[in-house]
Every structure is written in structure tokens, then in C-alpha cells.
Design a protein around this ligand. Structure first.
Ligand code: HEM
Length: 129
């Protein structure tokens, strides 16, 4: 069970926040983690779109001035963040983890230990840090 293990004396063992969420093997917990991750990435991508709109608000640009390369970097960062860190984690992994077991009548995803490990790998800059 993901939320709390039932101990021998019948009382639930309350898990720390880290163990409750980041060591959970429950498909709904993992799906929720992906959805929260996608929301955070969406806010970052959204901040980049605000920067772009501010730059394009008037001729000449206010934010980046004559540094056109910096503007290009923000456009690329916005596009990559929105597609690979917002849309794909939310639709494929968030909703996938949540709904596929429910739709096929399975108790959980297969290899759910791998699924939470995959979240740990995908939500960090690199698997090494
Ligand atoms: C599904 C993914 C995306 C979402 C949800 C999204 C969302 C947004 C939003 C809300 C704005 C602000 C619009 C405005 O200021 O009127 C914006 C602006 C912009 N986005 Fe995206 N975006 C996505 C993908 C991309 C991609 C892939 C690119 C290209 C690499 C891109 C390039 C731009 C540019 C250039 C602007 C500035 C346009 C302007 O303000 O005139 N976006 N985006």
C-alpha cells in the first residue's frame, strides 16, 4: 500500500513526506507527481512567454534590447519547456499512469518500481545529480 503500511499491531505506519511521495509505487501517486511537475514546468514556460511578449510589446524591445540572440534563446527555451516538460509529461505520463490501470481494470501499472524511478530520472537535469 502506498499511503501507509499497516503494521503488526494494526496501526498504520505514517511515512515521511519523501517516502510517501517519492518512494511510492502507486500509479495514482506517480501520475499526480507528473501532473505537478508539468504544472511547475508550465509556469516556467509561461514566464518565458511573458518575457517574449514584453520584448515584442513595442518596436525595439525593452527586455533584451539589441541582444537578439538572448531573445532567440528564450523562444527556444519556451518551446522545449512547453512541449517536452509540460505537454508530454502531463498527457503521456501523468494521465497515462492515472488512467490506464483504471481503464483496463488492472490493480496498478506493471513494473511500478521502474515507473517511480523513471519519474526520478525524468524530473532532474541528469540522472547523475
Ligand atoms: C503546447 C505548447 C505551448 C504552449 C502551451 C504555449 C503557450 C504560449 C503562450 C500562452 C504564449 C503567450 C501568447 C501571447 O503573448 O499572446 C506564447 C507565446 C509564444 N510562443 Fe508558445 N507555447 C507553446 C509552444 C511553443 C513552441 C513550440 C514555440 C516555438 C518554438 C512557441 C513560440 C512562442 C513564441 C515565439 C511566442 C511569442 C509570441 C508573441 O507573444 O507574440 N511556443 N506561447
Amino acid at each position: 500500500m502506498a499511503y501507509a503500511e499497516i503494521t503488526e499491531n494494526g496501526h498504520p505506519e505514517h511515512l515521511s513526506f519523501f517516502r510517501r511521495w517519492f518512494m511510492s509505487t502507486n500509479h495514482k501517486d506517480i501520475g499526480t507527481l507528473y501532473l505537478i511537475f508539468a504544472c511547475c514546468a508550465g509556469l516556467i514556460g509561461g514566464m518565458m512567454s511573458v518575457a517574449m511578449r514584453y520584448q515584442l510589446m513595442m518596436p525595439g524591445g525593452h527586455l533584451f534590447g539589441a541582444d537578439h540572440q538572448a531573445y532567440n534563446v528564450v523562444v527556444t527555451g519556451h518551446g522545449l519547456t512547453m512541449i517536452f516538460f509540460t505537454i508530454m509529461p502531463a498527457l503521456i505520463f501523468g494521465f497515462g499512469n492515472w488512467f490506464i490501470p483504471l481503464m483496463i481494470g488492472a490493480p496498478d501499472m506493471p513494473f511500478h518500481g521502474s515507473t517511480i524511478s523513471a519519474f526520478g530520472c525524468s524530473s532532474r537535469p541528469s540522472p547523475c545529480c
